[in-house]
Design a protein around this ligand. Structure first.
Ligand code: PMP
Length: 468
């Protein structure tokens, strides 16, 4: 293999790009088109910006993957990591061991959590945190003498990760077919998606009631005694930034409670400020039995995730583990001291900046500016609560007609924003924004102005193509 590869397009590829195309098996990427398209390789970060190999600067409107809450060059996080690396670069949490940073982080996360008497379990990725919630839900029911409760209710359009269980819980079909997933025992229900799925003339209240009735029916069909838990993102992220209607989670939760089914909140995107509160559960009236968090926990600077466990669930697990010789779950890197030190510092910064208030303020600016795009011919729906947004592109605004998927309109907009020095994410024809909280108001205004330029470019290009 030569490092000086030539793409089938004829474009010569050298250096890092060539190494990447020849040797790197990418995450969540079309492996075939990658060879012709090549990688976008970032080499440096500064504030909310990242710089590619050629030195081109981009405003990271997604904070990477919804996570770099403090941008890409926070000196305090760098110092926290450096100090910890010198002091104690590794220790673990098996068999009664811990590090001072892991213990302190557990206490800090517990103090921020809205749950009564919480305990905090650590892992390294969001997927592991979700897998851990499922295992703890199973263990909880076994401990209470209901081992038949194995099924997990998960929703359409959900994204819960890429591990075997995370992908199974996810409701995105591209994560299933190629792998022969989902696993058995996943009960799929609809998520509320008012823009697409509410019936004509149906009020929000009736729509929610219909979804809740469907959930009740589904539980009756499966048998409540076979169901362990229901899992949901407060705002669906990768499935299209879908905000739940008022009252939805409260009503779902009443049903779950009646049937002894645990509520698991996937706060991996929403946790740590995104929706204008510390946790999305607080914004949307959820009172979960466990919450999975990651991403913003360390501002993405070091891999760490956690599950915050309700005191009552913990006590049950605790009693059971006393009888059975221990809690047989956990990872080599659970509570990794380096990640924990970075997370502790990130949380200190979030508290100093009053992150929930900052998120609400920036969210107001963002949604005010995005509101100006509502007349744009490509824009069908603009959604979000706090500093997160989804913009759904449509072929026909009035009829809400989607574009033919083969046009790849979302991908076209994403490419156009990139040429203007802005990174957004297209998920089908929904454009997502989840920017760092270090932007000032003017940068938020600029970001939306850049997005408009890109939308205009795409309109112009498609008109030209239509004329040809
Ligand atoms: N849940 C949600 C809501 C997510 O957005 C993600 C990651 N985008 C995950 C789970 C999985 O996290 P990870 O990639 O760290 O495993």
């Amino acid at each position: 293999k030569s490092l000086n590869g030539v793409y089938p397009s004829g474009q010569p590829l050298t250096g890092v790009g060539s190494a990447d195309a020849l040797y790197h098996l990418h995450s969540q990427t079309n492996l075939q088109s990658h060879v012709t398209q090549g990688p976008l390789v970032m080499v440096r970060g500064e504030g909310p910006y990242v710089f590619d190999e050629q030195g081109k600067r981009y405003l990271e409107g997604m904070g990477g993957l919804w996570c770099a809450s403090l941008g890409f060059s926070d000196q305090r996080l760098v110092d926290a990591a450096t100090i910890q690396m010198k002091k104690l670069p590794y220790y673990h949490t098996f068999n009664h061991r811990s590090s001072d940073t892991a213990s302190m982080l557990a206490a800090k996360v517990a103090s921020l959590s809205p749950m009564p008497d919480p305990r905090v379990f650590f892992a390294t990725s969001g997927s592991e945190a979700n897998d851990s919630m499922v295992k703890m839900a199973w263990s909880y029911h076994i401990a209470r003498g209901e081992p038949a409760r194995r099924k997990i209710i998960a929703r359409d359009r959900a994204f819960h990760g890429s591990t075997v269980m995370g992908a199974s819980l996810s409701g995105l079909t591209n994560m299933h077919a190629a792998f022969g997933l989902p696993l058995e025992g996943i009960v799929r229900v609809a998520c509320p998606y008012p823009y697409r799925d509410a019936r004509e003339g149906e009020s929000e209240i009736s729509y929610v009631e219909r979804l809740v009735r469907d959930l009740e029916d589904r539980i009756a069909e499966e048998g409540a005694h076979t169901i362990a838990a229901f899992i949901a993102e407060p705002i669906i992220g990768a499935g299209g930034v879908i905000v739940p209607p008022a009252g939805y989670f409260e009503q779902v939760q009443q049903v779950l409670k009646r049937h002894g089914i645990l509520m698991l909140a996937d706060e991996i995107i929403c946790g740590f400020g995104r929706t204008g509160n510390w946790f999305g559960s607080q914004t949307f009236g959820m009172t979960p039995d466990m919450m999975a968090c990651a991403k913003g926990l360390s501002s993405g600077y070091a891999p760490i995730s956690c599950v915050i466990v309700h005191g009552e669930v913990f006590e049950t697990l605790q009693r059971h583990s006393g009888k059975t010789g221990g809690f047989g779950h956990g990872f080599t890197y659970s509570g990794h001291p380096l990640s924990a030190a970075v997370a502790l510092e990130a949380l200190a910064i979030y508290e100093e900046m009053d992150l929930p208030a900052r998120s609400r303020h920036l969210g107001e600016v963002l949604h005010r500016e995005l509101g100006r795009l509502s007349d744009h011919p490509l824009v069908g729906d603009i959604r979000g609560t706090g500093f997160i947004a989804g913009i759904e592109l449509v072929a026909d605004k009035v009829g809400r007609m989607p574009f033919d998927a083969t046009l790849g309109m979302g991908a076209q907009v994403e490419r156009a924003t990139r040429s203007h020095g802005l990174i957004v994410r297209s998920m089908g024809d929904v454009i997502a924004l989840s920017p760092p909280y270090i932007l000032d108001d003017a940068q938020v205004v600029d970001m939306v102005a850049t997005l408009k330029l890109a939308l205009d470019d795409v309109v112009a290009r498609n008109l030209l193509t239509a004329e040809v």
